[in-house]
Design a protein around this ligand. Structure first.
Ligand code: FES
Length: 605
């Protein structure tokens, strides 16, 4: 089996009287030496050092991105997945070649993994473009890795096939199931509130991540896995099969087989993905009570597509949310874990439930439409399935799991996971602000016994936006001040320009834009004592001061920032940090670099 424009093995490649058709297989993307025949000759010299025959080298070449790292336990099964994917490729007549890109884990990335997402997307894009691949399997899993790969893969626009590492299994403590990372946060909050002691929190630490794999709740990694399937980019089972299961390895083998077919069809992500694919992905995001991080990632992914740049906006998420119920009963919005979702039928069961809300004509990587995929895979619901994946007629939350807010302190938007609000009582709330200028200020004062805070206060954390604290850290889950926690306060209205882990819950407004670091930001001039109103029903986030007062505060702050020299300092910063701070766009655009979006540089600020 050879690609159409490949020559027979060996000597034909070196016939100087014939031009080289350098569009596929080993011949594509030749290194520039000014002599294409010599470039191919030299390439073959070196790859033959690995023992390949001309026959092997004439096959469709399927790259496999290896993101194994000793610092990334979410990717610990990558070597096994590579073996299985290679088996699938080779059983179907392709040649599999794995290669590394960077790997990013949430807890081993300073200052944040999000700071490195765009770097990983650049690495992915450039290595896919640079190397002679007919298709590329992209193995990712931990939160930022799959978005980075989709962003890079769409920009590279060669055939790509995401392969997810899969979720971890839940652990157990005193008969209670536990899972990273919703239970990491719940138990840490209980420890801070003196509800559990140091011995117990230490024992819990041993059980929160009892196996390899991604976080086992509907956090960012699981959310992205589900929406990647909803985008039509991978088999539906690929979203939820546990990392340690044999099923996960069979998905890898299937992905290898699919890669050969997709390579032959030259089916690129820009061909597969459409407005309808993204509307389906957002419908799934709302129905699973997915991570707020997925909003940022989906915007960045869509904005890499030349036909979709600027078409999917924050408003799209809110509009779809209004007609989409929350169906999946997983933490942090519900009670269960990803292996429950998988055992209940996973994405296949969910998409059958959501069928009336989906765009069934959306194309998938298989070449079939989503409707054809569902027709070919009927799912008969059973009682356990309906407990975890509710029918449309009996949702967990009626609609608008994720909402988009606007107002005088968030003119370009803010996001809240309303379904993760503890009891919903704070979804309409006014209270006095207690402002922290940045994460260091928060850490220094949040537990100060003299902090002027009550359960009705609104905790405001500035300085953690895309530029202000590069990577927009997941510090939006501002801890409840210890003195209130000890008195039983479990939730407060909290606001920031940063992000929150998809595994966290509470009444928390995130991604406020423009971020406080920018001189023109209204959020940057909120002061302790100001009254803030949040009304989720009306989608409003409002600072109770006059327009004139707001304008005067902003003008005064602009003068201070300009005279401080901070803007000039930023323009001179070296390395990736300098590139990041000068080029990153805001949350409502995806926190991508302006020069990586399909529209290129020239965003507003
Ligand atoms: Fe990797 Fe949660 S830390 S998915």
């Amino acid at each position: 089996m050879v690609l159409d424009d490949n020559q027979p093995p060996s000597g034909g490649d070196y016939d100087l009287s014939r031009p080289l058709e350098a569009t596929s297989g080993l011949r594509q993307g030749l290194t520039s030496y000014g002599d294409t025949h010599f470039s191919l000759f030299l390439r073959k010299v070196f790859i033959k050092a690995l023992g390949y025959s001309d026959d092997a080298l004439s096959r469709p070449i399927i790259g496999i991105i290896n993101t194994y790292s000793g610092f990334n336990p979410c990717h610990a099964n990558v070597p096994q997945l590579i073996d299985a994917a290679k088996r699938g490729v080779q059983l179907h007549g392709g040649l599999a070649v794995d290669f590394p890109t960077i790997s990013v884990h949430e807890s081993f990335a300073h200052p944040t993994s999000m700071f490195l997402r765009n770097l990983m997307s650049m690495d992915t894009e450039e290595m896919i473009k640079a190397q002679p691949l007919d298709a590329c399997i992209m193995i990712g899993g931990c939160d930022k890795t799959v978005p980075a790969q989709l962003m890079g893969g769409i920009s590279a626009n060669k055939p790509i096939l995401p392969l997810i590492t899969g979720p971890m299994m839940p652990g157990s403590h005193r008969g209670q199931r536990l899972g990273a990372c919703t239970d990491c946060r719940n138990n840490w909050a209980a420890y801070r509130a003196n509800e559990i002691d140091i011995e117990e929190i230490s024992a819990i630490n041993e059980e929160l991540a009892p196996t390899i794999g991604t976080c086992g709740v509907m956090g960012t990694a699981s959310t992205i896995a589900c929406i990647t399937a909803a985008l039509g980019m991978m088999p539906l089972r690929g979203a939820s099969a546990p990392a340690v299961s044999s099923g996960r390895l069979r998905i890898a083998e299937e992905t290898g087989a699919n890669a050969v077919l997709v390579a032959k069809a030259k089916r690129t992500p820009q061909d597969v993905l459409s407005m309808e694919s993204f509307l389906n992905a957002i419908t799934v995001l709302q129905a699973i009570g997915g991570s707020t991080n997925a909003v940022v990632h989906l915007l960045a992914i869509a904005n890499r597509h030349p036909k979709l740049q600027g078409v999917i906006t924050l408003q799209t998420f809110d509009e779809i949310g209004r007609k989409t119920p929350l169906l999946v009963d997983l933490k942090p919005s519900g009670d269960n874990y990803m292996n429950d979702f998988h055992n209940a039928g996973g994405m296949l069961a969910l998409l059958h439930q959501l069928r009336p809300l989906l765009h069934l004509s959306a194309m998938t990587i298989s070449g079939q439409t989503l409707g054809e995929v569902l027709d070919a895979s009927p799912f008969r619901s059973f009682p356990y399935s309906q407990q975890v994946i509710r029918p449309l007629s009996d949702p967990l939350y009626p609609s608008s799991s994720l909402v988009v807010l606007h107002g005088n302190i968030a003119p370009k938007g803010a996001v809240m996971k309303a379904s993760a609000s503890k009891d919903g009582a704070l979804l309409s709330h006014s209270g006095p602000a207690v402002v922290f200028k940045n994460s260091a200020d928060l850490a220094a004062r949040i537990d100060d016994p003299d902090l002027p805070v009550t359960k009705d206060s609104v905790l405001v954390l500035q300085g953690i936006g895309p530029v202000g604290n590069p990577g927009m850290p997941e510090a939006g889950l501002i801890p409840i001040p210890r003195k209130l926690g000890a008195n039983g306060v479990k939730d407060m209205l909290r606001l920031s320009d940063g992000r929150m882990s998809g595994t966290a819950g509470g009444t928390i407004v995130l991604h406020i834009s423009p971020e406080s670091e920018l001189p023109e930001s209204p959020f940057g001039v909120v002061q302790t004592g100001d009254i803030i109103t949040c009304d989720v029903e009306q989608r409003v986030l409002h600072l109770q001061i006059s327009d004139d007062e707001l304008k005067a505060r902003i003008e005064e702050r602009k003068r201070t920032i300009t005279s401080s020299g901070v803007l000039g300092e930023r323009s001179r910063k070296r390395g990736y940090r300098g590139l990041y701070e000068r080029s990153v766009n805001q949350a409502e655009e995806g926190v991508d670099f302006d020069f990586l979006t399909a529209a290129g540089p020239g965003s507003e600020w």
